[in-house]
Ligand binder design. Structure first.
Ligand code: PEP
Length: 254
C-alpha cells in the first residue's frame, strides 16, 4: 500500500532538556509550520518540561508528549506520573514500551499494555514501541518477538485512531546502525499485516513509525518505504536544525 497515511515525526528527548531548551522547542515549532499541511509533529521532552512546553506550543502545529507514564491510574506511587497528569499538563501523547524501559527497567508486555490502557483512558495518543534486540535478530527471531509484543502490548479494543506503533530495533537505537531498507520494508509490512488481522480496516490506518538512528542523511530513503508512516527520533531531535531536516525529508515524500 502506498504511503497515504499522514505521517507523524516524533522526537524523544529522553533525559535531556532544561528550561533553556524551550528556545530550541520554539525553533522546532516555527520550522514545523511549513510542513503542517502534510506532517504531524510531536516532541516528547522530559516530564519536568511538559507543562511549559505545552503552554509554549499552544496554537502552533507542534504537539507535546510524555516519554512514559504509570501503569496505575492514581495512588501511592511516589515519583510516578499518571496518564491523567500528562493530559492535565497539556500534552497529547505518551511513548510507552520504549526499549530503554523494556530492557533498562525490566518492563514486560503486560506492563506496556496497562500503560497503554491508561494512556487511552486519559484521551491521549499511545505510541507503543516494539523491537527486537541484537541477539534476537541474529537468532532469526525478529518476527516472533514483534508478534508477541504486538499481541501482548496493544489494548484489544483500541481505539485504533489513538494508537501509533513505533518499530525500533533495539540494536539500532543510538548506535548509528540501521536495518537495510528491504528489512524495514519487510518488517513494517509484517506489522501492518498483524494490525489488519487484529483490527480490520481500522488497523490499516494505524501509523507505523520507524525509529533507530534516523538522521537527516537517511530520512528520505526511510520515508519512501511502504508502511513507514513517520519516524521516532532520539538523538537527532535535540537540535532543531537536525530535526527540521528530517521533517523536510518526510515532507518531500508526502
Ligand atoms: C529512540 O530512542 O527512540 C531513538 C530512536 O533514538 P536514536 O534516534 O538516537 O537512535
Amino acid at each position: 500500500m502506498p504511503n497515504t497515511i499522514r505521517p507523524l515525526v516524533a522526537g524523544n528527548w529522553k533525559m535531556h532538556g532544561l528550561a533553556h531548551s524551550l528556545s530550541e522547542l520554539a525553533l522546532i515549532a516555527q520550522g514545523s509550520e511549513q510542513h503542517k499541511h502534510c506532517i504531524d509533529t510531536l516532541i516528547c521532552p522530559p516530564a519536568t518540561l511538559l507543562a511549559a512546553a505545552s503552554n509554549q506550543s499552544a496554537g502552533t502545529c507542534l504537539a507535546i508528549g510524555a516519554q512514559d507514564c504509570s501503569s496505575e491510574p492514581y495512588g501511592a506511587y511516589t515519583g510516578d506520573i499518571s496518564a491523567a497528569m500528562v493530559a492535565d499538563s497539556g500534552a497529547r501523547a505518551v511513548i510507552v514500551g520504549h526499549s530503554e524501559r523494556r530492557q533498562g527497567r525490566s518492563e514486560t508486555d503486560a506492563d506496556v499494555l496497562r500503560k497503554s490502557q491508561r494512556v487511552l483512558e486519559a484521551g491521549l495518543q499511545a505510541i507503543i514501541c516494539i523491537g527486537e534486540t541484537e541477539s534476537e535478530m541474529l537468532e532469526g527471531r525478529t518476527e516472533s518477538v514483534l508478534l508477541r509484543q504486538l499481541k501482548d502490548s496493544i489494548p484489544a479494543n483500541g481505539p485504533c485512531s489513538s494508537l501509533v506503533i513505533a518499530y525500533e530495533p533495539v540494536w539500532a537505537i543510538g548506535t548509528g546502525r540501521t536495518p537495510t531498507i528491504e528489512a524495514i520494508a519487510g518488517l513494517h509490512g509484517f506489522i501492518r499485516g498483524y494490525l489488519v488481522s487484529a483490527f480490520g480496516r481500522d488497523g490499516a490506518a494505524v501509523r507505523i513509525l520507524y525509529g533507530g538512528s534516523v538522521k537527516v542523511d537517511n530520512a528520505a530513503e526511510i520515508a519512501c518505504v511502504d508502511h513507514v508512516n513517520g519516524a521516532l527520533v532520539g538523538g537527532a531531535s535535540l537540535k532543531s536544525e537536525d530535526f527540521l531536516g528530517i521533517l523536510k525529508a518526510f515532507g518531500s515524500i508526502h
